[in-house]
Design a protein around this ligand. Structure first.
Ligand SMILES: Nc1ncnc2c1ncn2[C@@H]1O[C@H](COP(=O)(O)OP(=O)(O)OP(=O)(O)O)[C@@H](O)[C@H]1O
Length: 538
């Protein structure tokens, strides 16, 4: 502009104008190409970061409920990762990269004239203050935005799980009201942030227009005073606006910047709880014993001791029945034994090694677990029995199905082992699911088999098959721990452990405990530990 207004126009020199035009076109092209490259590089950087983070994100999804309870919707961590990737590959981060250019333009302003420089520096300062004010004004709402989103996500998952109860008991309106409350609160926080960020963006835009005009006026004053040329007025106006543009862009991107920062914070907080990636030495498969010593369990996300001080030991080739009233801590105890929850105190050892000395995968291959509420994975019966092993051996699948007494049932399905079980196993009945999950627990003959009320949905045949399955594990020198309310399974157990209010009320050989129970309620201590004809072994 300086060249055009101060040289070309007074001298009417067209070749200079053409040369300047060519130069400007070349520089714009260069800048455009750099811009495209920058965008593409950032998209790839975002892609690399995404691949890097993907395993941590999945670890968070798969471990958070068991280490910290359900705090956010299951899909939240993946949505956070998407948000971070979009921010990195979109214009949000690029606007931050442009910030240092503001200083360069500011320097050029000072070169044009110190007054122009001072005007630009003051305007920059005002915009930075506006950014800081926006940040503090939106901080609290940004936190609300994320908590209401998490609450809404949790409720949505609950509603999905409980569609039948909602329909049968007419709970739709009530569920909708609760969902709408969270939805409204979330939308309200979003609106507030939008208002504040939008107001800051408009204020900064208007301010920049005003500064641009002000700089023109200042330039005119300096021209009249003989300190600046006419071309410099326009040049300074353009350069001042260039100096302010990056800050203004950052203000415009504030909402996505805050969103990405929050997503990052949520992921880092969760991954600090969920990461267990250190290398572990491969231990030999356990084959001797299980020791549970002074185990205390607090369910994740709560403060309550559900199991207080459980100790017992089992040798290979034994079956333990865990009994006790509802809520006495049976499921909590077997979850700790199966390595799902870590005890807050005490330890669980297989052949002398605590469970955390194995990698998750190795430990999982030595343990078969049947949870109280059976959910299968979407896939075929065979895939579910083989735990979705990549190269599962058909003989192992058949062995497990036979061991669980489920083979006959499976071959009578329309597509046999290739029958699709549907999402969560919904294509099957509860009893069928339970028998397939038992086969899954017995796949490849794990040393320790932990079954949490495996007979709750079984018919007489199913229960007989279950008893045979447990005896077979015992015969092959495995250990079985079975939580059972009903007594049929109790006929085949060797030891019984009775829990009451999280305490081991009794532990010992089956017959001794059964005799003790049949003596009547007064024979059962409320909280004190009684070892009946047996020892704690620990
Ligand atoms: N996932 C969980 N989150 C929070 N608290 C839990 C969880 N699981 C169990 N608890 C609490 O721990 C206590 C023991 O529960 P647990 O499921 O072990 O009982 P249980 O003996 O297996 O009962 P039931 O025979 O009814 O299955 C209960 O008071 C329950 O409130």
């Amino acid at each position: 502009m300086i060249e055009v207004y101060d040289r070309v126009i007074p001298s009417k020199n067209m070749p200079t104008l053409v040369a300047l035009g060519v130069l400007a076109a070349f520089l714009y092209l260069f800048s455009g190409v750099l811009d495209v490259l920058r965008g593409r590089i950032m998209a790839r950087v975002a892609g690399i970061l995404d691949i890097d983070l993907a395993s941590s994100v999945f670890r968070i999804i798969a471990t958070m409920p068991r280490v910290a309870g359900v705090q956010q919707g299951a899909t939240r961590p993946a949505a956070d990762l998407d948000q971070i990737r979009q921010f990195l590959s979109g214009s949000g981060l690029l606007s931050l990269f442009d910030l240092p250019w503001a200083l360069l333009y500011l320097f050029v302003c000072f070169l044009l004239h110190p007054y122009i420089g001072i005007a630009a520096a003051s305007a920059l300062l005002v915009l930075v203050m506006l950014t800081a004010i926006t940040h503090f004004a939106t901080k609290r709402e940004a936190r609300n935005l994320s908590t209401t989103l998490a609450a809404r996500g949790r409720l949505e998952e609950e509603v999905h799980r409980n569609v039948e109860a909602i329909t049968s008991m007419g709970l739709f309106d009530r569920a909708y009201e609760r969902w709408f409350d969270f939805h409204q609160a979330h939308a309200k926080s979003g609106r507030k942030i939008n208002d504040l960020a939008g107001m800051a963006a408009s204020a900064s835009k208007t301010f920049r227009y005003a500064v641009q005009s002000g700089v023109l006026a200042l330039g005119a004053f300096l021209v009249v005073d003989g300190q600046l040329t006419g071309g410099m007025i326009l040049a300074s106006s353009v350069i001042v606006s260039r100096a302010l543009a990056p800050v203004e862009q950052v203000i415009g991107q504030w909402k996505s910047l805050i969103g990405a920062m929050q997503a990052w914070r949520r992921l880092s907080e969760s991954s600090s709880l969920a990461t267990i990636t250190e290398h572990k030495t491969n231990l030999a498969a356990p084959q001797l014993n299980l020791q549970v010593r002074n185990v205390a369990i607090v369910p994740p996300g709560t403060q309550k001791l559900a199991v207080k001080n459980a100790s017992f030991a089992l040798e290979a080739g034994s079956i333990l029945g865990v009994i006790g009233p509802s809520g006495s801590g049976k499921s909590c105890l077997v979850r700790a034994i199966a390595g799902i929850w870590s005890p807050v105190r005490g330890e669980v050892r297989l052949d002398g090694a605590t469970l955390d000395q194995w990698t998750d995968t190795a430990r999982g291959s030595h343990i078969g677990y049947l949870p109280q509420t059976v959910e299968l994975f979407e896939g075929t019966v065979a895939e579910n029995i083989s735990r979705f092993a990549k190269y599962a051996n058909d003989d192992d699948i058949l062995d497990a199905a036979h061991a669980a007494g489920a083979h006959e049932m499976i071959v009578h399905f329309e597509h046999g082992y290739q029958t699709a079980v549907g999402e969560g196993g919904k294509n099957l009945s509860a009893g069928q699911r339970q028998r397939i999950a038992l086969a899954r627990a017995l796949f490849k003959k794990p040393f320790l088999v932990v079954l949490d009320e495996p007979n709750s949905n079984l018919d007489v045949d199913g229960e007989r098959a279950l008893a045979n399955a447990l005896l077979r594990v015992k015969d092959r020198n495995g250990i079985v721990i079975v939580v059972a309310h009903r007594s049929d399974i109790m006929n085949i157990v060797d030891h019984v452990l009775m829990l009451r209010n999280g305490d081991v009320a009794m532990y010992g050989k089956r017959d001794a405990i059964i005799n003790r129970i049949s003596e009547g309620p007064r024979a059962l201590p409320a909280t004190t530990l009684k070892v009946v004809d047996g020892d704690l072994g620990a």
